[in-house]
Write a protein that binds this ligand. Structure first.
Ligand SMILES: Nc1ncnc2c1ncn2[C@@H]1O[C@H](COP(=O)(O)OP(=O)(O)OP(=O)(O)O)[C@@H](O)[C@H]1O
Ligand SMILES: [Mg+2]
Length: 223
C-alpha cells in the first residue's frame, strides 16, 4: 500500500494567530519502505502522520492511498481503511483506560468481528512478542510508560496492517526493549513487506531506516 501527500498544507487556527504546521508538502511512501521522518519539536511530524493515517483532513492539497483520494471516501470507507490497513502508534498512546492490556490489544480484532477463540490466540501471541504476557489482565494505568507504549505497539500490529505509522515508537523504552521492538518491526518490514513510517528522534531507528525524510518548519527535505 502506498500513501501520497500531494501539495498538502495544514493550518491550525488559534484565536487570532494561524499556525502553519505543514506547508505545501509532497511525499510518497510506497509499499515495503521503511522511512524515518525526522525534525525538531514542532516541525510538523505528528501532523504529517495524522494526515497520512486519514485521521485528519488537510487545509489544502490531497492525500491518496494507492489510487484513491482519501477526501472522496465516506465515513464508513474511512473507518474501514483505518481499521483494516493502517496501524497507528500515537505519541500519547491513546489507550483505553477502562480496558485491560488484553482488552486494548484485542479491540481492533473485536471491531473486525473475529471469533473469540482466534482473538485470544492472536492477542496472547502478540503480548508474548512485546513482553507483556504477564500484564495481560492489568489496567493500562497500572503500567509504566514503556509498557504502555508496548501495548500501543501491540494494538497497532495485531491486525497485520499494510502500513504502520508510528509516532516516537521507542521514546519511552529502555534500550534493550527498544531494540527488541525495533527487531520485531524490522522483521515485519523485511519478511512481510509491511510499510513503516516512523516519526522519530531515535538515532537507532534512523540508522535502520532505508530512507530518511527531514522536516523543518512544516517543509520536507527528502534524502
Ligand atoms: N491541534 C492543534 N492546534 C493548534 N496547533 C497545533 C495543533 N497540533 C499541532 N499544532 C502546531 O503545529 C505545529 C506542528 O506540530 P506537530 O505536533 O506536528 O509537531 P511535531 O514535529 O510532531 O513535534 P514533536 O516532536 O514535539 O512531537 C506546532 O507548531 C504545533 O504547536
Ligand atoms: Mg509529534
Amino acid at each position: 500500500m502506498s500513501i501520497t501527500l500531494k501539495s498538502v498544507s495544514k493550518e491550525y487556527r488559534l484565536g487570532q494567530t494561524t499556525v502553519h504546521a505543514l506547508r505545501n508538502v509532497s511525499l510518497e511512501i510506497t509499499q515495503g519502505e521503511f522511512v524515518a521522518l525526522v525534525g525538531p519539536s514542532g516541525s510538523g511530524k505528528s501532523t504529517a502522520l495524522q494526515l497520512m493515517g486519514a485521521l485528519d483532513h488537510p487545509s489544502s492539497g490531497e492525500v491518496w492511498v494507492d489510487d484513491q483520494a482519501v477526501n472522496q471516501l465516506n465515513d464508513r470507507e474511512l473507518a474501514r481503511l483505518r481499521r483494516d490497513r493502517i496501524g497507528f502508534i500515537f505519541q500519547s498512546f491513546n489507550l483505553i483506560p477502562v480496558l485491560s492490556v488484553f482488552g486494548n490489544v484485542e479491540l481492533p480484532l473485536v471491531l473486525k468481528k473475529l471469533p473469540k477463540q482466534e482473538r485470544q490466540e492472536k492477542v496472547q501471541a502478540m503480548l508474548e512478542r512485546v513482553g507483556l504476557a504477564d500484564r495481560a489482565q492489568h489496567k493500562t494505568e497500572e503500567l509504566s510508560g514503556g509498557q504502555r507504549q508496548r501495548v500501543a505497539i501491540a494494538r497497532a500490529l495485531i491486525t497485520t496492517p499494510s502500513i504502520v505509522l508510528s509516532d516516537e515508537p521507542t521514546a519511552n523504552l529502555d534500550s534493550k526493549t527498544g531494540e527488541e521492538i525495533l527487531d520485531l518491526m524490522q522483521r515485519l518490514n523485511q519478511q512481510d513487506r509491511v510499510t513503516l513510517l516512523f516519526a522519530t528522534h531515535d538515532p537507532n531507528i534512523v540508522a535502520r531506516a532505508k530512507r530518511v525524510v527531514s522536516i523543518l518548519d512544516g517543509q520536507i527535505r527528502d534524502g
